[in-house]
Design a binder for this molecule. Structure first.
Ligand SMILES: [Fe+2]
Ligand SMILES: [Fe+2]
Length: 512
């Protein structure tokens, strides 16, 4: 081999290597495919080329480039609907995909014994003249043919004339095509893994949301509104957030954190999730009390009947018992606030005794009194704690997922959605700067979504926009939520976005 050819070959091998490295760093399939074809053409001095991928019983047309006609289709350029090529030996590309053989054709029109319609059709349509052609299979590391690279019209660099592809072109292109196939295969693997994880995340979110009829769809709404907020932060070119721009990876990290923020709720006991009345455990214990008070009443009736009680006094006590049960039934319902006088009355009732099977008992057990005495809502402190545990559980669970470096903040962001700037939040009582901007956004959206939920166990009407805004403003003033994030919230028109989203979700569930 003369020296020049030797040098040229070495140079091409070095470039081939560089291309391999470059291909493995591309993250977008369209960009990757375009790059493969471009490099393949540059490498072999080909004027035009097409890249096909195998898809079921077809080869789909992905990229076409033609310098002479200035045609660039697919990849980062516009896609054109071109019918797929059947996987059989009738076409050049089909032939290569089926047989795995490389075709190096000097002149497609002079090819003996083989008729390929593709090139002549193309030439007729475009006025182009296809002459030499080099078509190689893209074979990955498992020997699977993923596609076909078809290069057209090599030209001599000196004369610019169309020449045949050389045998060096052939072998170099074969290795380039293999490297490309491996890159495509890797990218698909990554995409499949991501899709798998994504569907897992959504299944978990659905499972959690399904546990409560009151909060159904909460997670998806929080996730989508959080992203709307993040984009609004990115869009704000003046003021506090003018310097801040979440990049693609940070956005993805935040999106996943939002989808998984309540993942810890999977461990919250069923009956506390939406405890409908104060006495509910696995069932509403008011039914037990109804029977007990009926029994106490019966006892008074008996005492009247056998003369142990004056009828008048007896009737008074019966009326009293009826009133006490009615009061308890009322107190069992979760309220907004219970007055001191009501609590005292409850204690008085609880302290009364009656005799059952010869044993003296209180009207109410300690636990019943504790539950009925809940001032606000329906949860005891211990139950409230169980609910709040979901945030630390989210952190614990998410920390067990081996997130990639770019997603490593997911557990911290997700786990901080109940933290407050003044340090009174949970589970870690983080303060101020300890709470990331992402977590502040998530926290605000989480509160906003909850406030606008259509109903809750103890709320019959949804709150007005004005009231929601007032509550959020109060939380800003109390240093619970971030003032600047709140400003973005107000200008980003989240109410309308939420309404659109709810309508869309309703349409989707009507379809199911
Ligand atoms: Fe939460
Ligand atoms: Fe939440």
């Amino acid at each position: 081999m003369d020296n020049q050819i030797q040098l040229d070959l070495e140079d091409r091998l070095r470039r081939l290597n560089e291309i391999g490295v470059a291909l493995s760093s591309v993250r977008d399939l369209n960009v990757l495919l375009e790059r493969i074809l471009k490099e393949a053409r540059r490498f072999t001095h080909a004027e035009a080329g097409t890249l096909y991928l195998v898809s079921g019983p077809h080869l789909t047309f992905e990229i076409a480039q033609n310098d002479k006609l200035q045609i660039f289709i697919g990849g980062t350029h516009e896609k054109v609907d071109i019918p797929p090529v059947p996987l059989n030996k009738d076409s050049v590309s089909g032939y290569v995909a089926v047989t795995g053989e490389t075709l190096n054709i000097e002149d497609v029109y002079a090819e003996e014994g083989r008729q390929f319609e593709g090139p002549s059709n193309y030439d007729q349509m475009t006025g182009y003249r296809t002459r030499s052609m080099l078509v190689v299979p893209m074979r990955d590391h498992e020997d699977q043919i993923l596609g076909v690279l078809q290069l057209i019209n090599a030209y001599a660099s000196e004369s610019n004339e169309s020449i045949p592809f050389s045998s060096e072109d052939e072998s170099l292109l074969e290795s380039l095509a293999s490297q490309a196939a491996v890159a495509i295969s890797n990218m698909r693997l990554v995409q499949e893994t991501e899709a798998l994880f994504e569907s897992f995340v959504q299944v978990m979110a659905t499972a959690i949301d399904e546990r409560s009829p009151y909060t159904g769809g909460h997670i998806r709404r929080v996730a989508e509104l959080t992203m709307a907020m993040a984009h609004a932060v990115n869009a704000s070119k003046t003021g506090y957030f003018s310097e801040i721009e979440f990049d693609e990876e940070e956005l993805e990290e935040l999106r996943l954190a939002a989808w998984m923020h309540d993942i810890g709720k999977i461990t919250t006991p069923e009956w506390v999730v939406d405890k409908p009345t104060k006495l509910t455990t696995l069932f509403d214990r008011i039914e037990l009390l109804r029977m007990r008070f009926a029994l106490i009443r019966k006892e008074f009736e008996l005492q009247i009947a056998c003369g142990e009680l004056e009828p008048e006094e007896g009737q008074r006590r019966i009326k009293e018992v009826d009133g006490e049960f009615e009061f308890i039934a009322q107190a069992n319902l979760p309220g907004e606030f219970m007055a001191d006088a009501d609590l005292e009355y409850l204690e008085k009732i609880a302290a009364k005794t009656f005799v059952l099977n010869g044993e003296e008992q209180n009207y109410l057990t300690v636990n019943e009194l504790e539950n009925l005495s809940i001032r606000k809502g329906s949860l005891t402190d211990a139950e409230r704690q169980k609910i709040n545990d979901h945030a630390s559980m989210s952190i614990k669970m998410l920390e067990q997922i081996p997130f990639t470096r770019k997603l490593k903040q997911v557990p911290a962001i997700a786990g901080a959605h109940h933290e407050k700037l003044d340090g009174t939040g949970y589970p870690q009582g983080l303060q101020g700067d300890e709470i990331s901007l992402q977590a502040r956004i998530l926290a605000l959206v989480d509160i906003f979504e909850s406030l606008t939920a259509d109903d809750r166990p103890y709320r019959t009407e949804s709150l007005t926009r004005e009231l929601v805004l007032q509550i959020l403003q109060d939380m800003v003033d109390a240093n619970h939520i971030d003032r600047e994030v709140h400003e973005v919230f107000k200008s980003a028109n989240l109410f309308d976005k939420l309404e659109d989203l709810k309508a869309q979700m309703a349409r989707e569930s009507a379809k199911d």
